[in-house]
Design a protein around this ligand. Sequence first.
Ligand SMILES: [Zn+2]
Length: 145
Amino acid sequence: MAIKKLDSTEYQWAVREEVGRKELAQPCPNCGRKLVLRHSKYGFFYGCRGWPECDVLIGCHGNTTEPLGIPAEAATRQARIRAHSVFDLLWKDKWMTRTEAYAWLAQALDCPVEQAHIGHLNRLDCERVTEMVSAKLVELKAVGA
Ligand SMILES: [Zn+2]
């Protein structure tokens, strides 16, 4: 599915019509209920219909209704945010290019580069990535010093 950019007010409203109606094909990994399109001040996201008993959700890319990864509960989402912020230092601090950073991540996760997405990881894998990236940064800084 192509990523839809919401660049016109008209289109924004068209998509807002889908809020509360549009559901992801995959059921909630926690409770099996459907995830439905919602909107907050941070943009679109899919939240479990079991909320508030079930807090599983996934954000969307930019101003689109395209999910960022696999829906997860709060602890996993926080672990993904931590893993992503430390991972992004690899290329934001110019230790390597963004492409090289993802190639390194794919190798570290032992998966093809197309599948090397932190948004697809579970909590333990996020913690592994955070540790591996931290160790890699120490190594790069020692060489660079
Ligand atoms: Zn759920």
